[in-house]
Write a protein that binds this ligand. Sequence first.
Ligand SMILES: [Mn+2]
Length: 326
Amino acid sequence: MRVCVGNLEESELGKQANIMGSINIGSASKKYPYNFGVIPREYSNVDSTVYVICISYDSANNPVMSSRGGPGGILRASRNLELFDSELGIETYKIGIYTMDEVEPNSNCPFENSQVVEAVVGEVLNSDKFPVVVGGDHSLTLGAVRAAANKYQDLGVVIFDAHPDLFDEYESTKYGHASVARRIDELGIPLSIVGVRTASRDETEFINKSGITVVGAREVLKSKEAFEGVLSMLPERVYLSVDVDVMDPGEMPAVANPEPGGLGWYDMEECFERLISKKTVVSFDVVELCPIMGNPTPDFIAAKLIYRLIGLIFRDKLLSVSGEQG
Ligand SMILES: [Mn+2]
C-alpha cells in the first residue's frame, strides 16, 4: 500500500474526496494527497515538470451523457493506478506530476471558455512546464492549441477522434466540440485527424478540399503504416488531442457520441509510441469522457491513458536520470 503524508487539497475536488472519506491509516495526520495518481507530494508540487489541468466544462446539450464529470471520474480512478509502469519499465511519476486546482470554466459560451483555457495553458507553457488538459468536452482543445501555437510557431496538431469535428457551426455555436478541428484548421496549423469513422456530407466535402490529413479507423486497424503517413505530414512539434470516443465503444462506452468500430487499447498504444518516438509532443489533452455511474472502468482507462502518455513522452528523460544514479 502506498502511504503519503500531506494536506488534502483545498479545491472542490479535494473537498469531494474528503466527503468520500480520505483514508486514515492509524494516525489522523496521515492522509493520501488528493491529486492525479495519489502521487507523493515530493513528486507532485509546483516544481513538477507536468501540470495536470482539470476543466469540468461541457458545451453540448446531451441530456444523458456529459463530459462535465470527466475530470472528477479520472481523478477518482487515478487513485488505483500502479505508479510503476511495468510495460515501460519506469516510475513515471518521478518526472513530477502536479495537479493544479480545478480551473473554473466560463459558462457564458465556448469561445469565452476557450480564452480561459488559452490563458491557463499559456501560463503553464511559459513557465516551461508540460500541460496536460483533462476535460471536459472537445471545445477545450482550441484554447490549448492557441496557447501552444503562441509559444511554438512550427506547431502541428494530431487529433484522435471518431468524428472529424469539422462543422462550421453546430448547435448555434462556431466554438463547440463539433467545430474544434475546423477552428484549428483556420489558424493555419497543419492538422491530422486519426480514427475517423463518421462524418456529415458537409464535413466530407470540406475534408476533400482542405489540406487536412484524415486517416480512418479502418485504415489504422488494417496497418499502422497508415499512421506513418500522418507523421510525415506533421512538423517536428506536435500538440496531441485525444477524444476518447476514438476507441471502440465496447472498450470505451463512457462517451456522448459512440460510434461502432474504432481503436483498441493496443492500437492506441502503438500509434502513440510511433508519434512520440518521431515527434516532440509539447502538450496533450484527453477529452470527452462522460463517466457512467456504477462503471468506473472507462474512467480508469482514461486515467491510465494519461499516465501512459506522460510515461512515453518522458521515458528517455527518466531512464537517463536513473542511469546516472545507477
Ligand atoms: Mn468525437
